[in-house]
Each structure stands twice: as C-alpha cells, then as structure tokens.
Design a binder for this molecule. Structure first.
Ligand code: CP
Length: 326
C-alpha cells in the first residue's frame, strides 16, 4: 500500500521520541519514493513552489545542512541558509529574538540546529511555521535516525528483530538517543557499548543492553553503528588518551569479527579515522554503508519537508504553532 505524505499528521519534527511505529514506517515509505528521483539527471519538482525554508544552524554541519538545502531545492522551494556566525547572533541577539525576526518574514519551515538540548522545541512554540530539529545538543537528531533506519530497512528488508550495537560516546550523542527511540519503537534490539565515563546515568531507562567491552557487545550483532567522540560537548577528560580509546573502543577488523559475518557498518559522520573507526573498516565496500546513509539523508529530508508542508496547506495563515512532535 502506498503512503501519501498528507496522511502523516505532523506539525513539527522535533524528535523521534513519541512517534508511533506507523508514523515512522510512513515517513520511511515516503522517503523511498525520492531515492530513484535523486539518481536521475533531472531531480527537480515543483511540489514546494512558493514555499520558503530557512536553515538556521547555530552549530557546524556538512551533511544535515547541505541535504536539507538540496531537499528543499529539489522540491522546488526557496531555501535560505542562515550563517549564524555572520548574523546578528554575533551582536548579542538571542535565539528567540532571532527566531521571531525570521518568523516575521513568513517562512514556511525552519530547520534548526542548536548546541542546547531543548532549544529547538522552545523555538517551535514561538513561531508560526513548521520546525524540524536538525540536532539539539545531546538530545535528538530525528532525521539522522530516520535516514539510518531507511538505510537498514533497504539492506535488511526490516527493522524488527535486528540486533543493533551503538558504540562509543553515548553520553553526548543525540544520534544515539534518536536511534534508540526509533529502533526500540520499531521492534529492534539495541545494545550500547562504550566506556563507563561515556554512558549516561539514565541509560538503563532507555530499554537497551549496556556493554563496556566491545568484543562482548558486538557478539552476534546485525548492525554496528559507530559514534564520534563529541569533544565539543566535553568539559574535562573522558578518555585517558586517543590511542588507548582506539585500542579498546575503535572499530577494527579484529573487533568486527565478533559481529555477524554480514553485519553492516554505519557512522553518522563526521568520522574521525583512527579514533573511533579504522580506515580499513570504514572503507570496506562490502559492509560499510556510510555513503549510503548520506544518500538516504537527502530522500528522508525531502519526505519530511513534503509531510510538514502538506499539513500547512490546511492551516489558517498566522496561526501560532503548538509544540510537540506528532
Ligand atoms: N550526521 C550529521 O549530523 O552530520 P553533520 O554534522 O555534518 O550535519
């Protein structure tokens, strides 16, 4: 059965937590429809003609910002990229004043990345347009989890019943949190593996199995997701040294041999080779799907833009949005 974007009831996309399995499946189904189109010479549609999307990024990004820009343009929308380093944020303007200023220009959708957990939800309560969370602090990165799920579902034909290991800096990772919510919701089993210093105190409450030994944690898994050490969120020292971290927690072929022989290797990027992942593993064309994740990112973001914009067709202009995801 084909899924239409307008059947998915989402006003904003602020996180994966709270989304139903049906909504997640439907978002992945809509994403599927864009994959082939993105491989054609002519990639342009007019679905979002006349719509304005603003990318408002308070943190650096390569994949998320570029793929939202491509997604918006391929759907025929007008996309503005706000460089906060070159904006009035640098003159002391607050997040909310910046958002209200942009809101007064009548955008249809804001994609926001911010270093503080919860900042994007707060902003969504103050503007009239739809808001997508492009990553807030160590809280959530919903489109990353959706593109990871799409990559897995296409390779394995399902999510339910798969055993997935998420490895490394779990404490600071919004990618880990969004993936844990999504994979649990869709019936996969999740293990987290990392040093105790990089495990959140509340990790047991997230419905995962916790390992501090890579070989034990990787035993028999279908999917290995590696995470970068988020040094920009660290105050103080969490690992003794990079060589020691790589020795115990870096993914190399020896540690990978404990996973299933056909286990997929994933990484959200940006990668730090020789820190959390060995080049031989990252570049293994038989098992690494890291570039496929990036490709799926454009399709997922096109789907999210289509879904949120289809909701706005029925809204009176100027109505103030409520917070929340679904
Ligand atoms: N995975 C991810 O969010 O990458 P960027 O920081 O480059 O957007």
């Amino acid at each position: 059965m084909s899924t239409s974007a307008s059947s998915i009831k989402l006003r904003h996309l602020l996180g994966i937590e709270g989304l139903s399995p049906e909504t997640i499946s439907a978002l992945l189904d809509v994403s599927e429809t864009y994959i082939e189109q993105n491989r054609q010479i002519d990639k342009k549609q007019s679905l979002l003609r006349g719509r304005t999307i603003i990318n408002l990024f308070f943190e650096n990004s390569t994949r998320t910002r570029t793929s939202f820009e491509l997604a918006g343009k391929r759907l025929g929308g007008d996309v503005i990229n706000m460089q906060t380093s070159a904006s009035s944020v640098k003159k002391g303007e607050t997040l909310l004043d910046t958002a209200m200023t942009l809101n007064a220009m009548h955008p249809d959708l804001l994609v926001v990345r911010h270093p503080d957990s919860g900042a994007v939800q707060l902003l969504s309560q103050k503007v009239n347009c739809a808001v997508i969370n492009g990553g807030d602090g160590s809280h959530e990165h919903p489109t990353q989890a959706l593109l990871d799920a799409l990559t897995i579902r296409r390779r394995r034909g399902k999510l339910q019943g798969l055993l997935v290991a998420i490895c490394g800096d779990i404490l600071h990772s919004r990618v880990a949190r969004s993936n844990i919510h999504l994979l649990n919701t869709m019936g996969a089993r999740v293990r987290v593996i990392g040093p105790p210093t990089l495990m959140p105190a509340e990790i047991d409450r997230l419905g995962v199995e916790v390992f501090t030994d890579m070989r034990k944690g990787l035993t028999g898994v279908d999917i290995v997701m590696m995470l970068r050490l988020q040094t920009e969120r660290m105050h103080g020292s969490y690992v003794p040294s990079i060589p020691e971290y790589f020795r115990f927690f870096g993914l190399d072929n020896e540690k990978l041999s404990f996973a299933k022989p056909d286990a997929l290797i994933m990484h959200p990027g940006p990668m730090n080779r020789g820190v959390e992942i060995d080049s031989e593993v990252a570049d293994d064309i038989g098992r690494s799907v890291i570039h496929e994740q990036v490709e799926m990112g454009v399709a997922v973001r096109m789907a999210c833009l289509e879904v949120l914009m289809s909701q706005r067709r029925n809204e009176p202009s100027g109505s103030v949005a409520e917070g929340g995801g679904e």
